[in-house]
Design a protein. Structure first.
Ligand SMILES: [Zn+2]
Length: 92
């Protein structure tokens, strides 16, 4: 059962719908403390783990470099994943 404020919400990285209580809040402005009139975006746990694994330091810089808040989500995620990928996971 969903509570009134318990989603579901869509992960901005993979589009998966997860309960809000299970998602990680992601504020593209890097300012989670100013909540008035804002819509937060959400990452599911696997994506959140992926992002933090790749960019534990300088995450906000990486997000900003990728165009957070300036390009649409799809473009942003693509840029961000490119920027934070350390090496190809597999060779074709
Ligand atoms: Zn996800």
């Amino acid at each position: 059962m969903w509570g009134e404020n318990d989603g579901p919400v869509s992960c901005i990285a993979c589009g998966e719908e997860v309960p809000r209580s299970d998602a990680r809040e992601y504020d593209k402005h890097g300012d989670r403390w100013t909540r008035d009139g804002k819509d937060f975006e959400y990452l599911c746990k696997p994506c959140f783990r992926d992002l933090t694994k790749h960019a534990r330091d300088g995450l906000e810089d990486a997000l900003d470099d990728a165009g957070a808040g300036r390009v649409d989500d799809e473009e942003f995620i693509g840029r961000f994943l490119d920027a934070t990928r350390e090496e190809p996971a597999e060779r074709e």
